[in-house]
Design a protein around this ligand. Structure first.
Ligand SMILES: Nc1ncnc2c1ncn2[C@@H]1O[C@H](COP(=O)(O)OP(=O)(O)OP(=O)(O)O)[C@@H](O)[C@H]1O
Ligand SMILES: [Mg+2]
Length: 314
């Protein structure tokens, strides 16, 4: 497999006269975590369904694990694992039985079947509940079991559609750790989320999806830098230094109590160097320098003109 796990160009999908995907381009490096971030109805699940061959696109092309999604569906399916937005867990079966069913579907047999299932139960901390019906599991346990079922086949690319929606903060963190562990073993993760913090925490690259279009793409930091409002904060040891700094850095805002000065700037190395040079020229030394970038909520708002929680009207 090449270094690109997923490549898509101009993917389109419409339901009737409603365009749901409006030309999606993607390039996702192998072994990385990619996050598709968007509010309800943005087209996240539709994108996942198209890339995983569950749904046929109306236009555009994509390769997943080097295979064409429209002409090599079997090869694509053999390379991927999908954990859907709604758990595929069978409530009537126990945790272990759910995993055994997956193993049987994929024709794992004998000692290997036993070993794979045992390892997954262990890894997801489900060994003690393995003989209990899934109906009795908490939301977090169901999500873990669902992901464990996805991993039975050892896929090289894993699609996770909103893996932590509805989970409490602790279960969410557990899921984040599991996702990070997966990339340690070389797996590529395609993750959709409505949580800006989640994309920020996990993703190497984020694409912001709004009404079927990618409105921004980059590393979490790149996205944050695209939004006005970032600043560099300088803290001084003495008020005299703060006075001088405020005088030579017009447009800055001072906080006399904290002895800090906020200087508007994008936090890039160039503006930072310029700022430090200015301080040097006046023999000023900051006790602390920190860059404050807006969070991804600000990013979404400034890119799309509306907040992430807003439901897109059909
Ligand atoms: N089978 C379908 N028929 C008609 N419209 C559909 C169908 N599936 C999805 N849509 C519409 O396509 C749009 C995108 O849906 P999609 O499920 O991809 O959004 P999403 O980003 O996954 O949202 P959520 O965060 O709520 O899961 C929505 O407006 C939805 O109503
Ligand atoms: Mg969805």
């Amino acid at each position: 497999m090449s270094n690109t796990a997923i490549a898509a160009s101009g993917l389109r999908k419409a339901y009737g006269d409603r365009t749901v995907l409006d030309g999606i381009d993607l390039s996702i490096g192998a072994g990385t975590i990619f996050s598709l971030l968007g509010p309800n109805g943005a087209g996240k699940t539709t994108t996942v369904n198209v890339l995983t061959t569950l749904l046929q696109a109306d236009g555009g092309t994509a390769q997943v694990a080097g295979h064409d999604i429209s002409t090599e569906t079997e090869a694509v399916r053999a390379s991927i694992g999908v954990t859907g937005q709604f758990a595929a867990v069978d409530d009537l079966l126990t945790g272990a039985e759910n995993l055994e069913l997956m193993a049987d579907i994929h024709r794992l047999k004998g000692a290997e079947r036993k070993r794979v299932i045992g390892e997954l139960l262990e890894r997801f901390d489900l060994t003690d509940s393995a003989r209990k019906r899934a109906a009795t599991y908490s939301g977090g346990m169901r999500r873990k079991l669902d992901l464990a079922m996805t991993l039975v086949t050892r896929p090289e690319i894993v699609f996770l559609d909103e893996p932590t929606t509805g989970l409490d903060p602790r279960s969410r963190r557990t899921m984040w750790e599991i996702v990070r562990d997966l990339t340690d073993s070389g797996v590529t993760i395609f993750l959709t989320t409505q949580y800006l913090e989640e994309a920020d925490q996990l993703a190497d690259r984020i694409a912001v999806l709004d009404q079927g279009r990618i409105v921004a793409e980059g590393t979490p930091d790149e996205l944050k830098r695209r939004v006005p409002g970032s600043y560099i904060q300088l803290r001084f040891a003495q008020v005299a230094e703060l006075d001088t700094a405020a005088r030579i850095l017009p447009g800055s805002a001072r906080d006399d109590e904290a002895l800090t000065l906020r200087v508007p700037g994008d936090g890039g190395s160039k503006s930072l160097r310029h700022l430090l040079d200015r301080l040097d020229e006046h023999s000023l030394e900051a006790a602390a320098v920190s860059v404050h970038t807006p969070d991804l909520d600000d990013v979404f708002l400034s890119l799309t003109g509306h907040a992430t929680t807003e439901v897109t009207a059909p």
